[in-house]
Every structure is written in structure tokens, then in C-alpha cells.
Design a binder for this molecule. Sequence first.
Ligand SMILES: Cc1cc2nc3c(=O)[nH]c(=O)nc-3n(C[C@H](O)[C@H](O)[C@H](O)COP(=O)(O)OP(=O)(O)OC[C@H]3O[C@@H](n4cnc5c(N)ncnc54)[C@H](O)[C@@H]3O)c2cc1C
Length: 444
Amino acid sequence: MFIEWPWSPARPAGPAPWSQSNAGGTAGVECVVTEPAGNPHIAILGGGIGGLAAAAFLHRAGLTCTVYEQASELKEVGAGLVVAPNAARLLRRLGVLDALVERAVRLDVGWEFRRWADGTVLSAEDLATACERLYGEQTYTAHRADLLDVLGSAVPDGVVRLGKRCTELVMRGERPSVRFEDGEVIEADVVIGADGVHSVVRGTFTESPAPAYSGICAFRALVPAEQAPAFARRNAQTLWIGPGHHLVHYPISAGTLVNLVAFAPAGDYSVESWTATATVEEFLVEFAGWDSRLRDLIEAANTPGRWALLDRAPLRRWSYGPVTLLGDAAHPMFPFFAQGAAQAIEDAAVLARCLAGDRADPAKALQRYEKLRIPRTTRLQEISHGRSHLNHLPDGPEQHARDKAFAGDDPLVANGWIYEYDPDAAMAHSRGARTNEASRSLVD
Ligand SMILES: Cc1cc2nc3c(=O)[nH]c(=O)nc-3n(C[C@H](O)[C@H](O)[C@H](O)COP(=O)(O)OP(=O)(O)OC[C@H]3O[C@@H](n4cnc5c(N)ncnc54)[C@H](O)[C@@H]3O)c2cc1C
């Protein structure tokens, strides 16, 4: 048996996921579709940013795959995201960066931290002159739907199957078998769980403890540029930080919209969903007493979305034989470094390289993939987690010390390890390290 439950003995009741039987026991005719032989056939569960990036990189590496997405159309929520240089580098490699840039905004100023009460600038990055010089790429802000769209353009027609909600994953011997809500069952040589923060794959193969209450929730909204105050229309990513809260805004969609996301105490709110909403009044109450300029921006927010941040500890393992995890399914993180989607895209690039390099032994390829990726994503999960404390300090000596440090710090350089990352270089480096180890052991 090559699958074992990891670090907790308390496996849930019911058949084990590797059971040979039709473990779901659902009524209806089971239709087993075995994918064609040849290259390993790869099933990707989830057609979000991570799943589509994986399909695009696999295609580029000459591997075939099918993406199974639960939604009936490929769509993303109405929200923006920062596309940092490490993500831009990979989008360029896929040949889709230019198309995204046409619809995005190139940031001139990034990580512009402002004091909550009066907007005093604590620190700011001159991305216009420094970013490309340091990292070979610019930083952009984009609508999530535009990012999904350009990733989809790098995936051949017919690869994505919509309306396919995975309900169960079992092992039939050494092959994973996936059951969908509509009764279809498929087998594949490799299954990639790119099914997001509520991953079925993660739930089947790992026993991560239930997510913990973080006490933080996010309000988010898109504001039409013509209704937004001038300070929010600049090509700048601005973060207003204050006691227990912070608020971020930047323009997206070629400057036609302003993306607004704010973090506040969650109270007893615990819904982790892109579709849950709040009211403008609830949003305003959280930022009462803050710089009055923010009021205009929040008032233009229409019906804000509300998302409870749940806290999940990093996993020590993602791969179980021919099954692995990618993106938020593998490493959900607080969005305080704006790196969740970027890490999903990096995962996709590394995973495709590993599978292409070890076609005959996918399980070995998946081991290599997680070994290359887990240390980096764990570090990002940890620093993103720590950021909530720093951003939300009450006024006082600790906050003074933080502001002083901000003024003297250069986060663009300090976070170079995030932005300079190149999966190809990381893989070449690890190959070099392995060769050195091998030659050392020969000498020993
Ligand atoms: C408020 C907020 C702000 C953020 N800002 C940024 C940012 O600026 N920059 C950044 O890089 N990241 C940001 N992130 C993080 C980013 O949104 C995520 O990391 C990213 O969306 C993860 O992509 P994913 O493909 O792994 O998961 P998802 O985007 O969640 O996609 C999962 C897909 O799987 C599908 N699916 C789920 N279950 C099933 C199933 N059972 N069967 C079939 N399909 C299924 C879903 O429909 C979905 O399409 C932010 C997150 C939040 C909450």
C-alpha cells in the first residue's frame, strides 16, 4: 500500500480513499472512462487560476491533461489581484503576459503604507524605476477574470470540462479514480487537486485539522474609477494600516475600476466564500474615525463582499502516490503578501517540469515537485500569517518602532527572495545540489 495517512491516527469513519470498491455507494450507473495510454494522462480537479496554469504549463511541456471544473462556465469573482514579478515572469513564459498587460495596470508605486488617521506615508516603493531593474519584470494589478481568461487562452480547446464537480477520489489499485456529482467516474495516471481552499482532494488524502478561526475578515469591492477619489486612481497599491484593521486599494482593468480590500475583526462571522456579502454600513463602521478620504471610497463600494480568513497550518506533505495538491488546496495563505495566486502559478510551472522529466514514474515526479515547493510556500504562509499582527498594531511604542522600521526598510529588496524566483533556475539549482550530493557520497 503506497498511501498512508499522515501524522494523525484518527482517520474519519467510512471506507478508506484507496478502497477498491465504489466507495461512494451512490445510486446510478457508474461509467468508468479510462484515459488513453501513452503519456501519463493527468486529471486536474479545479479550473481556477492554479488549475488553468497547470494545464497551460503541462501543454507547453508536451503532456496531455483534462481539467474538471465544477462551475458551468470559466469565471472568476469580481475582484482584483496583484501580479508580482515572480508571477509576471511565468505568464510571459506562457506567452500571455502581453494580453494581460493590455487589460491590467502597471504599478508605479507599490506597498505604499499610510497611517490610518491622516494618510502620512510611512514607506513606499518606486516600482516604476526599480522593479524591472531588480527583477526583470514589472508589477501589475489585474482583474481576476482577466488573469483567468489569458491563462485559458494558453490551454488547448477541449481540455477543460465544465460542470464536473468532483465528489470523491479513491484508488483502484495504483490508479486514482474520480467520481463526479453527475455519476461519471474517470481514471487517470495522475490527479492534481487544484480545487481551492475547500479542496476535496486535500480532505481525502490529508488529515489537516479543521481550519482555525483567525478573528479577521476581508471586505472587498470594485469601485468604478469615475466614482473613486483621485488618490485611489493613481497607479499605486496603497495600504492604510491602523489598530486592528487595514485597507488596501489599487486600480485594475486598464484603470477603469478601483479594487478595494479591507481587513477587520470578524466578530462571530466565519463564512469563507467569494459570494458572501456585507453592507456598506457594516464596512463604514469598521473604519469610523479613519482618514475621512477613505469614507468616499467605501461609500462607492455598492454591495461589498465579505470573506472570513480561516487559518490553516502548512501541510508537511502534498503528494500521495500519483495524487498531489496545487495552489490554495496545498497552501492556503492569508493574502497579506498578495502571493496566493502567484504561488499557484509557480506550483504549476514546477509540477509540469517535474512530470515532463519523469514521465514513466509520476509518483517520483510528484515527490520531487513537493520537495521543491513546500519550503517556499510554507515560508510564505508563515510570513503572511505574521503580517496581520504587524499591520494591525494599536498606536503606541510598538507601532512607533514599526513605522520607524518601515521608513528605513526597502521591502522590494528585502522581499527579493519572493520576486526573483524562477522555477527553472530553482530546478537547475536542485539538480546541481543533487549531483554534488551524489559525487560527495561517491568520494565518501
Ligand atoms: C481577499 C483576497 C485577496 C487576494 N489577493 C491576492 C493577490 O493580490 N495576489 C495573489 O497572488 N493572490 C491573492 N489572493 C489569493 C488568491 O486569490 C488565491 O491564492 C488563488 O485564487 C488560488 O487559486 P487556486 O486555483 O488554487 O484556487 P481557486 O481560485 O479557489 O480555484 C479553485 C477552482 O476549483 C473549483 N473547484 C472547487 N471544488 C471543486 C470540486 N469539488 N470539483 C471541481 N472543481 C472544484 C472552483 O470552482 C475553482 O474554479 C487573494 C485572496 C483573497 C481571499
